[in-house]
Design a binder for this molecule. Structure first.
Ligand code: DWN
Length: 416
């Protein structure tokens, strides 16, 4: 039995408050993407929430039509970043880059918003920085504190920023990787950032980049945790409203395409780098504030959904066994929007121990440790965590040597 919760409709742009929003994609109602279930929960009523997107032509922000209450998604969180070698290397790289860019001195304060298990902060710690995390996930914060990463169990807000500033002083560096897109009251968050950031400090946020999402059809990165989908232009509108200024932007391929955006106090001495003008110029020629690119995207998504389902159905007709790799939030969206059910995928393997023995939300596919792959030897494995496809394929050469084949869905469906 499922209940569709349609009551959380967002009718205005969270950055510029415009009510003129243009719908362009509807993936249907589905459970929250990290809503993995234990055996005993399988028979319970599973809440589903609409998953659809709109464009705000005025400021260029893309956002979800519905906002699922944060406590339903983040109080007891089953995602940790530290099982991916690529992601660990990425965090190590950006910690060094940010310290160098900020000309930070040992002992200066670094605050990480949405710090999860403290992976990023641990790299700042090795460089002698004073570190502090803040994250609402009770389960993960307990583990972070046990691992020597001082972490406050709370949401970052103007109020909690006041408390942090009072107790620790202003921060030379504030970071927020894959969290700003998850926040509904983004103005309260930026009020907190402005209040906590030292006069010559750097606020650095990382988020999936809307241009990559559109270009590579990464529609399965659209899910209830990601309320906003950022291009640079809406972020410049947001910065201005909070007397902040974007001074530099880097692009990385992590998570399917990510931008790392450097903010400073508007009146600070920092020079704005040419990268800002470059990104804004590229977005202008892509007409990202017009509906057309999004309507074309929705058409590509519809064709993709049909072709992936048909590809898997044909393999099942030939009596092949198919499994999934990576019980990822995006994987659950991919399966739901392409109609992939438990009779198509026999099981999913994953590296995160929290998820072992649980079932995927909605279609209830069992999740096993990665080691089960060789033992069970499915004919095909659909890589649900396709953003780590290279890393996953590289570590499973034995599976391929035994004749197993990987199906990689993005940027186009291919069998390797
Ligand atoms: O923004 C978010 C991104 C950064 O992470 C969060 N809202 C939620 C989460 O999204 P996701 O679950 O789609 O993230 P990942 O990092 O793509 O998930 C990868 C999954 O794949 C994890 O469950 C771990 C698993 N994995 C694995 O089983 N073997 C990952 C690697 C690299 C592996 O080798």
């Amino acid at each position: 039995m499922t209940t569709i919760h349609d009551q959380y409709r967002q009718t205005f742009c969270r950055i510029c408050q415009s009510a003129k929003l243009v719908p362009f994609l509807d993936l249907g109602a589905m459970p929250i993407p990290n809503g993995f279930l234990s055996q005993s929960q399988l028979s319970m009523n599973e809440a589903r929430y609409p998953l659809a997107t709109v464009l705000c032509p005025r400021c260029g922000l893309v956002q979800l039509t519905h906002v699922v209450p944060a406590e339903r998604m983040f109080k007891n969180y089953l995602y940790i970043p530290s099982t991916s070698r690529n992601l660990l290397d990425h965090f190590k790289k950006i910690a060094r880059e940010i310290i160098d860019s900020a000309h930070a001195k040992q002992g200066e304060l670094v605050v990480d918003i949405g710090s999860n298990d403290g992976t990023l902060l641990s790299f700042f710690k090795t460089h002698g920085m004073k570190i502090l995390g803040i994250d609402p996930a009770e389960n993960i914060v307990a583990a972070a504190n046990e691992n020597g990463i001082p972490t406050i169990n709370d949401y970052f807000s103007k109020e909690s920023a006041q408390r942090i500033k009072k107790k620790y002083g202003k921060a030379k560096i504030i970071t927020a990787t894959n969290v700003i897109a998850h926040i509904d009251d983004i103005h309260d968050t930026f009020d907190g950032i402005r209040l906590l950031l030292a006069r010559d400090g750097l606020f650095v946020m990382e988020a999936p980049y809307l241009v990559d999402l559109l270009k590579k059809n990464e529609f399965d990165t659209i899910y209830h945790e990601h309320l906003s989908y950022f291009a640079i232009r809406p972020l410049t509108v947001l910065a201005k409203k909070h007397k902040l200024r974007i001074i530099d932007i880097y692009h990385d391929d992590i998570h399917g395409g990510t931008v790392r955006v450097y903010f400073v106090h508007e009146k600070s001495q920092w020079r704005t780098q040419p990268s800002v003008r470059r990104f804004l110029a590229k977005e202008k020629i892509l007409f990202l504030d017009k509906p057309e690119p999004y309507v074309a995207f929705a058409g590509r998504v519809a064709r993709f959904r049909h072709s992936l389902r048909k590809r898997l159905a044909d393999l099942k007709k030939e009596k092949h066994i198919i499994a999934g790799y990576g019980a990822a939030a995006k994987g659950n969206v991919l399966m739901h929007s392409c109609g992939i059910t438990a009779d198509m995928l026999d099981f999913v393997v994953d590296s995160i121990s929290y998820k072992h023995g649980k079932f995927t939300p909605g279609n209830h596919i069992p999740i096993y440790p990665e080691e089960r792959l060789l033992e069970l030897m499915p004919d095909y494995v659909l890589i649900l965590a396709w953003n780590f496809a290279d890393e996953i394929i590289a570590k499973n050469q034995e599976y391929r040597a035994r004749g197993g084949k990987f199906i990689v869905p993005h940027p186009r469906i291919r069998i390797v």
